[in-house]
Ligand binder design. Structure first.
Ligand SMILES: C[S@@+](CC[C@H](N)C(=O)[O-])C[C@H]1O[C@@H](n2cnc3c(N)ncnc32)[C@H](O)[C@@H]1O
Length: 412
């Protein structure tokens, strides 16, 4: 059976409709180690509909990979973008870091390249923990139950850590979620604050979705992040755009950067953009950021653009292998002739599984690149799980820029 035909974008009026029409479904009964997964209550008829979509999609992929589908239309791409080029390794001067909510390691990789050595990383999802161990066998990774930040007494690291960093789950604040803030049981900022108080690092970096910097959450931020730490830390907040640090994607993130010493806080300078998209004069950067097609090494169309913000496949009522975030994103991918649904595990599979509209099908290594990971970062787990780790991450070059700015101060 062929893949479901693409809906006309104008018919889709919400993210849910887009998802339903386009994403590949993993049934909600499949057990998940993701703390974000909120299985939807389905009627039998709905469940059967999803099952059929899933079966059809699996069958389309199977026959394509068996060589029974339409002949491939695209060559295997050879990317031009190598995120490691954006993160020259700084030499560790014995500066240590401890990572909370580490996920697949976006923030951790940037922090490492900025010269910090990780003393420990904590992540509740076992697959993400396995990714970190596979990527760095020398890291001290706690995952699954042992990685649950809520259960850790951090006082044993007191005084030993220069930089504590972490991106508590963004779902309580994300525009894509219900924005229940502290009413959402997944709100882990209190745990981040507790870890800072117990460890007393010289500096910390807390990261989240830009919605947390919006007026809607200003009271939340001042009461739950700033006030509890104000007595012992000097905290500054900055929102940064990933494409201004060379990542070919529109993706903003907010960072809270705290220093124990006032002199250090005063010396800290937020990272200046290194790249521009569009007019160079607007942000003062000298290097042009690659567009999505150029980054992935796809043939020119006469124009290019940044990738829309990619989503995490682990959020929402079911797991998907789509990275679509919105109807606008769907339009953007269409104009770039890139197919963002049914992402394949690897490039040969993506080539063999021809998208219904003939557009270029993405693979996990392509999505990793769009998020600023080296394409061989060893994400563990099924495709939706790898995409979830990627979609949750801070683009490593953006993490590198922030961690480097902190290292500049700590080194002085
Ligand atoms: C936004 S993601 C972090 C992404 C990561 N900073 C990166 O750049 O790749 C948040 C992570 O927190 C993890 N998490 C949620 N609750 C947790 C808990 N109680 N203890 C440890 N990790 C948790 C999630 O599994 C998820 O991987």
């Amino acid at each position: 059976m062929p893949e479901r035909p693409m809906q006309q974008p104008h018919l889709a009026d919400s993210i849910d409709v887009v998802e339903e029409a386009l994403s590949e479904v993993v049934l909600s009964r499949i057990p998940s180690t993701s703390p974000f997964h909120q299985p939807r209550q389905l009627t039998e008829a709905e469940r059967e509909r999803f099952r059929k979509m899933s079966r059809d999609s699996r069958e389309a992929r199977r026959s394509a990979l068996a060589g029974e589908g339409p002949a491939p239309l695209h060559e295997i791409n050879r990317p031009n973008f190598n995120p490691i080029d954006l993160m020259p390794q700084r030499q560790a001067e014995g500066k240590t870091a401890l990572s909370l909510f580490s996920g697949g390691g976006g923030l951790d990789l940037g922090v490492e390249r900025a010269g910090f050595e990780h003393s420990a990383s904590f992540e509740i999802m076992s697959e993400a923990g396995d990714t970190l161990r596979k990527a760095r066998s020398n890291w001290n990774v706690f995952s699954g139950e042992d990685g649950d930040v809520r259960k850790v007494d951090f006082r044993k690291w007191r005084g030993d850590i220069d930089l504590l960093h972490g991106g508590p789950p963004c779902q309580p604040f994300s525009n894509a979620g219900r924005q229940r803030g502290h009413l959402d049981e997944r709100d882990m900022w209190p745990q981040f604050v507790r870890a800072v108080k117990e460890i007393r690092p010289a500096a910390f970096i807390g990261e989240n979705v830009p919605a947390l910097a919006s007026p809607k959450f200003s009271q939340y931020v001042s009461e739950n992040i700033i006030a509890p730490l104000a007595g012992s830390y000097h905290i500054q907040q900055v929102t940064l755009q990933a494409s201004e640090f060379g990542v070919p994607q529109v993706r903003k993130r907010v960072f809270f950067v705290g220093f124990r010493l006032k002199r250090m806080a005063n010396a800290w300078v937020q990272p200046a953009p290194t790249h521009y998209w569009g007019e160079p004069s607007l942000n003062g950067a000298e290097q042009r950021c690659m567009g999505l097609r150029e980054a992935l090494g796809l043939p020119g169309l006469g124009f290019d653009d940044l990738s829309p913000t990619i989503r995490s496949s682990l959020t929402g009522p079911r797991h998907t292998t789509s990275i679509l975030n919105s109807v606008a994103a769907q339009r953007k991918f269409e104009s770039l002739q890139v197919w963002p649904n049914g992402v394949a595990a690897d490039r040969p599979s993506a080539r063999a599984f021809v998208a219904k509209n003939g557009h270029f099908r993405l693979s996990v290594p392509d999505v990793a690149l769009i998020q600023g990971f080296p394409e061989d970062w060893p994400f563990v787990g099924a495709t939706y799980m790898a995409l979830g780790q990627i979609g949750n991450a801070v683009p490593p070059p953006l993490a590198y820029a922030v961690a480097s700015s902190v290292m500049d101060v700590l080194e002085k």
